[in-house]
Design a protein around this ligand. Structure first.
Ligand SMILES: Cc1cc2nc3c(=O)[nH]c(=O)nc-3n(C[C@H](O)[C@H](O)[C@H](O)COP(=O)(O)OP(=O)(O)OC[C@H]3O[C@@H](n4cnc5c(N)ncnc54)[C@H](O)[C@@H]3O)c2cc1C
Length: 377
């Protein structure tokens, strides 16, 4: 009998794992993929939605399109995970697994930043990005802050991209001269592992008059005075606040007893948790890579190879390298790329490819190839 593989979360990690096992084992796969959502959305599509470059409907990829031998998609809310018994409970039933993979991503704790819900905006959820479609076109003078509430957060280039794309929108509407843009980031430079990428971003900010505020987080907003309170107690007035909320594991993961220090610890080489037969991949872990889809996908490939090796008696896969390429939107249709390697050396390293229209096409291909591979679209 084939082992029952239960994959929790159909994001970058879960979709890649299900695809590899189905492609390799065909009908011998016995995989249940569970997600509470009806659709998948690429993280970067939220930038397209907030700036009116795509509609929310256009960026939603429906899970009902997944047709893969041996894979059952279940749209259910997971309510409990027992990693010792490898038993998962959902609002609709229960699943016992021989191999359990937790790929439930990171959630947002909006209330951890007082004033954010009442007086600010966030663009990290699709709903938040959708609301901004109305808000950004109405902003025509004053101070816009793109601000990070806490680290770690998904896709470290995204706040920089939001600031640069906001600049473009304001220029296009002829109101840029009446507006200021500041970017509050918890790092000294925008992309610490890649000095070249950081230099290019800081130069782009300087050219466009965007103020980079390093080594600070936004601790709270005071909507009555319209000020953002930073981690060091200093205050910045704002008229438009575009926030990156505090990240956390989904509640069901926190309640499972699998986390330490807020995230699921895993063996960096194999992605195994301390529970036999239970792996965790992607944003839900503290593996040591940034929280980005490419890394979730890379981790899923290593877990898939381990499961296949066990089943087919092949060689164990090479250790997870924590390497991946992230695209960085510089505005004006140009995209740069940072190739980063987090785990194979003594310290993280990154190399930068200058922004170009060719890389914008490459980023488009990154999305369309996954749409085709995961959804057949
Ligand atoms: C603005 C922005 C831009 C980004 N740009 C990029 C980029 O250019 N490149 C890149 O690589 N990454 C980018 N990212 C990051 C990327 O989206 C995430 O890092 C990636 O999706 C993480 O993959 P994952 O598989 O770990 O988790 P996710 O993709 O978050 O998947 C987790 C899944 O678990 C499901 N889930 C959670 N709780 C439950 C529950 N209780 N029951 C059932 N299902 C549940 C969720 O519905 C979700 O589908 C960006 C993110 C943002 C916000």
């Amino acid at each position: 009998m084939n082992p029952r593989v239960v994959v929790l979360g159909a994001g970058f990690g879960g979709l890649e794992l299900a695809t590899i096992l189905s492609d390799s084992l065909r009908d011998r796969t016995d995989l249940t993929l569970i997600d509470k959502s009806e659709t998948f959305v690429f993280g970067y599509s939220k930038l397209d939605v907030m700036f009116g470059r795509a509609t929310p409907e256009a960026v939603r990829l429906p899970y009902r399109k997944i047709v893969k031998p041996g894979v059952r998609f279940r749209r259910e809310v997971i309510t409990a995970i027992d990693p010792v018994a490898r038993r998962v409970t959902t609002e609709a039933g229960a699943y016992d697994a021989d191999v359990l993979v937790v790929a439930l991503g990171a959630d947002y704790d909006l209330n951890a930043t007082p004033g954010l819900v009442e007086g600010g905006n966030e663009f990290y959820s699709l709903a938040g990005a959708e609301r901004l479609r109305e808000v950004i076109p109405a902003f025509d003078r004053g101070h816009a802050i793109v601000g990070v509430a806490s680290a770690p957060f998904k896709c470290p280039p995204a706040p920089s991209e939001a600031a640069l794309l906001l600049h473009d929108r304001l220029v296009a509407r002829g109101v840029r001269d009446a507006c200021e843009i500041s970017l509050v980031m918890p790092f000294g430079v925008p992309i610490p592992p890649s000095p070249d990428t950081s230099r290019a971003l800081l130069a782009a900010f300087a050219e466009r008059g965007i103020r980079y505020v390093p080594d600070r987080v936004v601790r709270a907003l005071d909507p009555s005075r319209r000020v953002a309170v930073l981690g060091d107690g200093s205050e910045m007035p704002y008229d438009l606040f575009l926030g990156i909320p505090k990240h956390c594991v989904p509640k069901v993961v926190a309640a499972s007893g699998m986390t330490e220090g807020g995230w699921i610890p895993v063996d960096k080489k194999t992605l195994a948790t301390r529970f036999p037969g239970v792996y965790a991949v992607g944003d839900v872990t503290s593996v040591g890579t940034p929280k980005a889809g490419v890394f979730s996908e890379g981790a899923a490939r290593v877990v898939a190879a381990s499961i296949l090796a066990e089943l087919q008696g092949g060689e164990r896969p090479a250790p997870y390298a924590g390497a991946g390429a992230c695209y960085v939107e510089f505005g004006a249709g140009r995209v740069g790329r940072v190739d980063v390697d987090f785990l194979s050396g003594l310290k993280p390293t990154g190399s930068f490819t200058e922004p170009s229209a060719a890389l914008a096409r490459e980023k488009h291909h990154f999305g369309s190839s996954r749409r085709a591979r995961w959804f057949g679209l």
